[in-house]
Design a protein around this ligand. Sequence first.
Ligand SMILES: Cc1ncc(C[n+]2csc(CCOP(=O)(O)OP(=O)(O)O)c2C)c(N)n1
Length: 706
Amino acid sequence: MKAVLNGRETEAFEGLQRDDLLAVHRTMLLSRKLDDKEIQLKNQSQIFFQISGAGHEAVLVAAGVTLKPGYDWFFPYYRDRALCLRLGVTPYEMLLASVGAKDDPASGGRQMPSHWGHPAYNIVSGSSPTGTQVLHAVGAAEAGVIYSRVPQIPDRDARFHADEVTYVSLGEGATSEGEFWEGLNSACTKRLPILFLVEDNGYAISVPVEVQTPGGDISRLVRSFPGLHVDSIDGTDFFASLRAMRTATDYVRARKGPAFVHARVIRPYSHSLSDDEKLYKPPAEREAEARRDPIARFTEFLKKNGLASDDDLAAILSEVDREVNEAALKALAAPKPAKSTAQLWLYSPDVDPTSAAFDTPAAPEGKPETMVSAINRTLKDEMARDARIVVFGEDVADASKKEALPVVPGKGGVFKLTHGLQRLYGDDRVFNAPLAEANIVGRAVGMATRRLKPVVEIQFFDYIWPAMMQIRDEMTMMRYRSGNTWSCPMVIRVPIGGYLRGGGPYHSQSGESIFAHCPGVRVVYPSNAVDAAGLLRTSIRCDDPVLFLEHKHLYRQTYNKGEYPGKEFMIPFGRAALRREGEHLLLVTWGALVQRSLLAAQQAEKDHISVAVLDLRTIVPYDWNAIAMHVKRTNRVVIAHEDQVMCGFGAELAARIGGELFEHLDAPVRRVGALNCPVAYCPDLEEAILPQSSDVLKAIRETARY
Ligand SMILES: Cc1ncc(C[n+]2csc(CCOP(=O)(O)OP(=O)(O)O)c2C)c(N)n1
């Protein structure tokens, strides 16, 4: 059948029948009416936040018509209500989120409304930071490719589809975020099956697009990306949107590469209920936008083509109103989460890495090896055990160029920790990442949500900061914010610390306390080769995100070498090791300060001060029981760490010891750490800045004498 549309004769409505078209209209209307209901509830203080999808409905329903819920993967941003409705999320489920109900499937009342997530439809929990989701989507798309290429993964067939698509959307403002460009880079370099939708409503809160994007047209900028299918459309026109989404999706399903649809939409309800666009958008512009309202346009189309009468439309409207009102009443009556659940699901409820299951005996073999060798062997053995493990980072591969691999020894990391992994396990499981730390962590988050096990490397702790958003706002919060529906168990290995004689401010940093302040991540800090092997295995086998800190100066020392403890050796988290017995004073320490503290304790012995040295080994969780037990015995404590004293992790320990063990103390708790400044390059300065054995000895003496 042919039909007349916009003055042109077209295939009958892109193959959609009358019922389909009425369903499209109904979903757009339902989306708008849900926004209206939320606005009403917010004004009545029955909900606490509102952000609308108004004006974006046409392109989103077109996306929903094209993509497959529970088959494709979805990383939608907060305007995507109409898409989520079309995928299957119900108005009641959406309003459960608005009221912060316990049974809200997106977050269990932990996130603002419109932060979508639904396991049944593969809608992965989204957050508030603009643009972070792009990297998750890239990782998820990559996960599908890895599943398709690694037959050793036992149940991989249940985890991917050969022609699946990963959808990610964002506003035009969010395309200014580095994470957008980092994601686009990887999508194109790896030709990933991912579909980007940029919903361009012309403003990011009050900032117009020409301030965000040179020339004001993001699709023009990305056209030069190799292999990227790019389309630019009026996203308020349902049929233009449908054609664009179908063409883009076909391109991705056919594995031709990634696709990018730039849809110009409108934003009639201001940015959110906390914003009033009349403050910065001229009336003429607002009026022009109103004329492009997608629902008005589609209604007009239905009427003009005799597909719906005024009565039909009124009936749909009243049915939608009834559904929204009923859903709202039900949601308002839904139970809220109990206050006692506030700290639930920071970590996996299923796998407890502090438990006896992770306390396995060592089976030492061979001769003493360095920490580098212990970590490398552990990675090799774990990758052999679990084909879901993928390793990537800067320079971690032996050689990215295929032709180079047979004729070169291989790089395998700037410190050689990953040497030989690519050769053993292939390019699909071990590969170099671009020089972009958020990219590494964000992609790993996306892969982990699809149950691969990324063990990634950040080349130096000093350069972890571009990934901080991904670590703090994404990796550590995924499980918590989704009410234990989504999680991203993964390991970030990071060379840390100084004492390099010349490391300078950017190759010497410490800062474990910063990550200890991010609930949801385990922080591990081994001081010797055997512990590194046991703790890394626990990190890989546990079900939580882990920051695994490897001290560069300890990598190749002789004093911390050990025999490789075997393929099953694990050390539980939260279990400190007493490195030296002592009666007069407890020295709590970790990392590079363990050896320095042992030397100081030896010296103190000459003054008849007997010092117990406790190596924490893990910072989160830390072994409070061991600390308390020894404090009660020795009544004096020194805490020694490499990081600055100011806000170092010792501050937390000292405060807790002071608060909970006060009556057992015969002296104030002393802390030893770095000066409150960067670590300078000149070795004399470095020595003055970082804590030395002599500093530890001084604190021991003062505390013992007090
Ligand atoms: C990283 C980050 N910076 C700032 C914000 C605050 N913020 C929320 S939405 C927004 C504007 C987003 O604009 P755009 O990407 O164009 O999407 P739109 O809301 O217009 O659909 C800003 C600045 C945020 N959520 N995250």
